[in-house]
Design a protein around this ligand. Structure first.
Ligand code: KG4
Ligand code: ZN
Length: 339
């Protein structure tokens, strides 16, 4: 069979989205169904792992059914089943892994376990049919802040990572402190649009040791200290200004580190990925920084930045082409490492 015809059913359930997609030939997304649990977790101010697992169980069959129906295909049309097996919440991951194993076993199809971060990076291939490795990629999500050298398909070298909070986590914590609610990223982005990014100077942390590492916990403390200080001095807090100043501090650090790597690696292509990559301030700053250096910039549409199964199907296609297959011992690995 021509590899352009390979049809993969992909499943993603590592956090709070139950998702399934049908991807043909690696980059042709025939369906991409995402059932978000945000409404339920908002009641608790963050993702509650127990609830996430239970909701995945309730929804996964329906989401897969919808993915196949939208693609106009059935399980018998599939050539492989792909699933995120880590990193993520163990109970949430297990739902997807058990489902994928059951389908693969029943239909006698190859099973391919996919690394969630490899999925995020691969989201860039979907709308950029000409993009090929090598390129540098900044993965910024709720659980990860990784600067990755994508040397080849499935070959990754992590050159920088956060020492403490992930960028998305920092957005979520800052939003909670300002009183904007969950999920923090989109709420901060919206508030920041009517705020002054230069109103408050928050620190841009430099990390000793590895040149490309990040740290966001100091920034989070500065936001909390600023808010407490205002309360104690009975100065009114302008939430929009805090949001805009915080967002600028995060974006500055991400752009600075990424561009230092771009220059030292003589990268010709640079991509961003993960939930925070849907932030328009980050996208435009990265794009401008790349343009100044004559580097091609890539970023997926927002719906492909946040968790989805299409990106898992794309990553799985390149693993499949390399001949990688998993067997029935595939298990959820909550702290799975990349590279
Ligand atoms: O990739 P993702 O959907 O899930 C993980 O793998 O973690 O990322 C979710 C994270 C959350 O922390 C959320 O606040 C952040 O991405 N996020 C954003 C935006 N949209 C989502 N952060 C900043 N600006 C946004 N527009
Ligand atoms: Zn993710």
């Amino acid at each position: 069979m021509d590899s352009q015809d390979i049809r993969i059913l992909a499943i993603e359930s590592s956090c709070d989205e139950t998702a399934a997609a049908v991807v043909v030939g690696g980059r042709d997304v025939r369906s991409n169904i995402i059932s978000s649990q945000i409404d339920i977790h908002t009641l608790y101010g963050g993702v509650v792992p127990e609830i996430a697992s239970r909701k995945h169980i309730e929804r996964i069959n329906q989401v897969i059914g919808q993915a196949l129906e939208t693609a106009g295909m059935g399980l018998d049309d599939m050539d492989a089943i792909a699933v995120t097996y880590g990193p993520g919440l163990v109970g949430a991951l297990l739902v997807g892994v058990a489902e994928a194993k059951a389908i693969a076993y029943a239909k006698q199809l190859p099973l391919i376990g996919v690394h969630h971060i490899e999925g995020h990076i691969s989201a860039n291939y979907i709308e950029n049919k000409d993009l090929e490795p090598p390129f540098l990629c900044l993965v910024v999500s709720g659980g990860h802040t990784h600067l990755v050298n994508a040397a080849d398909y499935g070959v990754y070298e992590v050159i920088g990572r956060t020492r403490d909070d992930a960028a998305g986590e920092a957005f979520d914590k800052a939003a909670r402190a300002i009183g904007l609610g969950y999920p923090g990223g989109p709420k901060i982005e919206k508030a920041a649009r009517s705020g002054n990014p230069d109103a408050i100077h928050f620190p841009r942390a430099k990390v000793g040791g590895s040149e490309y590492d990040f740290s966001f916990s100091g920034l989070k403390s500065s936001v909390l200290n600023y808010l407490n200080g205002c309360r104690m001095k009975q100065i009114p807090v302008i939430g929009e200004d805090v949001a805009a100043s915080f967002q600028k501090a995060v974006v500055d650090v991400l752009v600075d580190n990424a561009m230092r790597a771009v220059e030292q690696f003589h990268a010709e292509k640079f991509a961003i990925a993960g939930g925070v990559a849907s932030n328009s301030a980050l996208r435009s700053s990265m794009e401008a920084a790349c343009r100044e250096r004559g580097v091609r910039f890539y970023c997926p549409s927002p719906v492909l930045c946040t968790d989805n199964a299409a990106m898992i199907g794309t990553a799985a296609y390149y693993e499949y082409k390399k001949g990688r297959r998993d067997d029935w011992t595939l298990n959820a690995v909550p702290n799975l490492k990349l590279g």
